[in-house]
Design a protein around this ligand. Structure first.
Ligand SMILES: [Zn+2]
Length: 275
């Protein structure tokens, strides 16, 4: 019998319009030499995950350049109308002249959990002060930020990483943030933030694949100590290993049944709107 709850919640999925998925998959293939295994468009992604026992799906998309956010937000509203039990972190790009106005226009949507920043792709520092109004808006509205601010997988630590993010949290200690990939590659340093800032969570995406340099190195004691603050996320469909590999590896680690029920479901529920 599986120790996983049924259904599970996946807190880190990407859904994009078809032509953007095509462009992202091509980019991974041609520029980085990585083959995305699941080349599924958004409806197929949802169907696939639901068939695998995922109930609630939290997805995001990001704007890699200015001028995309409006289109993505229109698309996000349609997709949220079309598909139940789906929640979204919406895109934000400070180069858009009306970035904050667009954020204000969508933030009250009941299934928009907040915003996604992909700082490696967007080539932004979390301390870029054009992001401060966004942080203020999120705090005022009690919504969250999904922020890829870790140095993995490319070690661009000149503008991103835990050092600049600490500065953000010192200034905005109430910022509710999900840090993907367990904070990789600065696992220990991001882990320390959990004890200092109760609104910060980590997600598991990509961090429990055996034999990769991104494999979470801190061991079961850390995971048990912070089991209230970790969310299962897959990064589906942009994965280079099978989705099951990572789940099986987490199960093989023989963590407590409480760990699995919290990380794969209960913690996610506490971050979703009620009612
Ligand atoms: Zn991701």
């Amino acid at each position: 019998m599986s120790v996983l709850p049924e259904p599970i919640i996946d807190f880190h999925v990407h859904l994009f319009p078809d032509r953007l998925f095509d462009a992202i998959w091509r980019y991974f293939q041609d520029r980085i030499g990585l083959n995305v295994l699941y080349r599924l468009y958004y409806r197929e992604c949802v169907d696939y995950l639901r068939a695998q026992g995922v109930g609630t799906i939290v997805y995001s998309n990001y704007a890699h350049k200015e001028g995309l956010t409006r289109v993505l937000n229109e698309w996000n509203r349609r997709v949220l109308d079309e598909i139940p039990n789906l929640f979204c972190f919406a895109p934000y790009h400070p180069d858009d002249g009306d970035a904050l106005a667009m954020a204000e226009a969508i933030i009250d949507h009941p299934r928009i959990l907040g915003f996604k920043l992909q700082l490696v792709v967007q080539q932004l520092s979390p301390c870029d002060n054009r992001l401060y109004p966004l942080y203020e808006l999120l705090i005022a509205k009690k919504k969250r930020l999904l922020i890829h601010v870790g140095t993995g997988p490319v070690k661009r630590s000149d503008i991103i990483g835990v050092h600049p993010f600490r500065k953000v949290l010192r200034r905005f200690p109430e910022l509710q943030a999900n840090i993907p990939h367990m904070g990789g590659l600065e696992f220990e340093e991001f882990g320390e933030l959990l004890s200092l800032y109760p609104s910060v969570y980590l997600d598991t995406a990509f961090s429990f694949v055996p034999g990769t340099p991104y494999r979470f190195p801190l061991g079961n004691d850390f995971l048990e100590a912070y089991k209230n603050r970790i969310l299962y996320g897959s990064d589906f469909p942009n994965m280079f290993h099978s989705r099951e590999t990572e789940i099986e590896h987490l199960l093989d680690m023989r963590l407590s049944s409480d760990f699995y029920s919290r990380v794969f479901r209960e913690n996610g529920l506490t971050l979703l709107p009620t009612g």
